[in-house]
Design a binder for this molecule. Structure first.
Ligand code: ARG
Length: 590
């Protein structure tokens, strides 16, 4: 979008230096810190074509460009030519392109390509814990951003619905003679299953017969025994119902739910192919791929493909699932939004995919992330308050649903206080949007590989780098639009002559590039930062009207008001769409 502004400059420079405009177009960059300019043109590359030193070319262009581009100010700063555009010209170049409210956050960079995005992917018979927010909301934001950048996306929840835990659960269920009605009567079926698991493990401690029984059920489940499968399905359905409650709160959906169990009987071809290509060897009865030997010393140990007892493994299931995905969705890129703790797992099986000569092996991306630390002010006897890994005061794991609900409750207090005139239902809706927005944005604003710190008070602030701050800027623009009364007067961009207005427009125009970089680096924090920048410029602009009535959007001059309202609409549309892409709601009042 910024190219609408730079295109005439690029054309003029290209003409003067006798190079193709495309050689200039990609060079524009933000000015060095401390320089009050809109953009800089680095002259290093162009200096060759001009037969001049970069600083000499910068000086030449600084003198030349203002003579051909009306309203442009240019200053040479060493090898850079800094550019400042006239506000009205910026508005004339950009506003017409922003008529569609989402236009600022669209790109065709990924047109014709498909991304398969594996995210959230929790293990069943356990709750979504607070830390699941990371994979769930990073993946959700990336899916939105890929789509906005032109990609087709497939959202995959690769449920962890396989493993030895189920043998123990079934064994416990049978021993206690539990019934489906008892499970269904539980407030929270996952809690019921967790408690069953704990009782079953405790009972089996030192009881060889019970240990055996659990193993027997595991084996039966693997062999497809009807009763074992039936109970497993019941446990899975109970978990899914609980997961869906949380996904509904977060507004997250999936296109595919094929989990690990689905691939359980589909690994034969992979194992056969590995053997055929002489890629496997035996190690104490287990089947391995000797990565240190076959790939190199960057691998310290072989990848385990099949256990000595014949059981298959996580890595093997991921390989089979990947083949299936690439086939089913014809994906060009596959993302795995999974914590950094699993890096080795992905490095290993990506390497095996490469050994298998999979054409997509170079397009597999482990989108890793750090842990969430939660502020714990009452850690218990003898402990200092501090940042802890998602534990409640009592030391149990903090559930994602509990954190969301507490954030909503806390937001409700603020929303009621700020909007006493709204009815209770509206207040509740806004509290939900703000509470969840606070938790989600806190997670997305930092580079994903960093650890995230979460503290309710900080995440819910209306000022600072928070979700509510962005949402508030959006609501403020909506409120101006509600009060506006200019009929169908068309706003004239040429009337937007203040630097505040220009800066809002430039912040909007930078969103498209932020979106593209977000997709290329799988890094939603880049979009988050660009939105914070936009909200900051909006605040400066709107606040400038506090002390100066003429600077207000709704001022006495109707033509001026109409022009400013066009900018209000463009900013509101861009901010609203940015919030949506990150997975936050954009309330119209707060
Ligand atoms: N279920 C796994 C876990 O909770 C995450 C799965 C991630 N996706 C994958 N394809 N391995 O640790």
């Amino acid at each position: 979008m910024l190219d609408l502004l730079t295109r005439p400059v690029a054309a003029a420079v290209a003409d003067r230096l006798n190079v193709a405009p495309t050689q200039v177009a990609g060079l524009f960059a933000p000015p060095a810190k401390g320089f009050a300019a809109d953009l800089a043109l680095p002259c290093f590359q162009l200096a060759k074509a001009a037969g001049k030193a970069p600083p000499a070319l910068a000086t030449d262009l600084a003198a030349f460009l203002p003579t051909v581009i009306p309203g442009l100010t240019a200053t040479a700063v060493g090898p850079f030519c800094n550019l400042s555009f006239a506000a009205g010209n910026v508005a004339q170049a950009l506003l017409p392109a922003l008529a569609e409210p989402t236009a600022a956050l669209r790109s065709s960079a990924g047109a014709g390509r498909t991304a398969a995005i594996d995210f959230s992917s929790p293990n069943i018979a356990k709750h979504l814990a607070f830390h699941h927010i990371r994979s769930t909301m990073l993946g959700n934001a990336l899916a939105h951003c890929y789509q906005a950048a032109g990609w087709k996306t497939v959202r995959i929840n690769f449920l962890g619905d396989w493993g030895t835990a189920f043998g123990r659960l079934i064994s416990g269920w049978k021993r206690e003679g539990l019934t489906l009605d008892q499970l269904r009567a539980a407030d929270d079926q996952v809690t019921f299953l967790n408690a069953l698991y704990v009782r079953a493990s405790q009972a089996a401690k030192g009881d060889a017969a019970l240990e055996d029984d659990a193993r027997r059920w595991s084996k039966k489940l693997e062999d497809g025994d009807a009763e074992a499968r039936h109970l497993w399905q019941i446990f899975k359905d109970a978990s899914l119902a609980e997961f869906q409650r949380v996904y509904a709160l977060l507004g997250v959906t999936f296109d595919s739910w094929k989990g690990e169990a689905y691939y359980e009987d589909k690994m034969g071809p992979i194992l056969a192919e590995l053997a055929d290509k002489n890629l496997t060897s035996e190690d104490q009865g287990a089947t391995i791929v000797d990565l240190p030997k076959l790939v190199g010393k960057q691998f310290k140990k072989p990848a385990l493909i099949k256990r000595a007892d014949g059981g298959t493994l996580y890595a093997t299931r991921d390989l089979a699932a990947c083949d299936d995905r690439m086939r089913e969705f014809a994906a060009d890129r596959a993302l795995y939004v999974v914590d950094l703790g699993q890096s080795l797992h992905f490095t290993e099986w990506f390497a095996v995919a490469k050994l298998l000569n999979r054409p997509f092996a170079g397009n597999l991306r482990h989108v890793g992330f750090g842990v969430v630390l939660m502020w714990n002010d009452e850690p218990g006897e003898g402990l200092e308050p501090g940042w802890a890994k998602g534990r409640t005061r009592a030391g149990k794991v903090m559930l994602l649903r509990e954190v969301l609900e507490e954030a909503i409750d806390r937001a409700a207090v603020i929303v009621r206080e700020k909007n006493p005139d709204l009815d209770a239902a509206e207040q509740a809706t806004i509290a939900r949007q703000v509470g969840i927005g606070a938790v989600v944005f806190n997670d997305l604003k930092n580079g994903r590989t960093n650890d995230v710190k979460f503290k309710f008070e900080d995440a819910l602030r209306f000022d600072g780098e928070t979700g509510p701050y962005l949402q508030f800027a959006h609501a403020r623009l909506c409120s101006i639009e509600r009060k506006a009364n200019v009929g169908d007067l068309a706003g004239d961009p040429a009337l937007l002559t203040s630097d505040h207005e220009k800066n809002v427009l430039l912040a909007i125009a930078k969103l498209q590039n932020a979106l593209e970089r977000t997709v290329e680096a799988d890094e939603p924090s880049l979009l988050a930062a660009a939105l914070l920048n936009l909200a900051g410029e909006i605040a400066v602009w709107l606040t400038s009207g506090n002390s100066n009535l003429d600077a207000r959007v709704l001022c006495l001059d109707a033509a001026q008001s109409a022009a400013r309202l066009r900018l209000v609409r463009a900013a509101r549309g861009a901010l609203g769409e940015g919030l949506r892409l990150l997975g936050l709601a954009a309330p119209e009042r707060m």
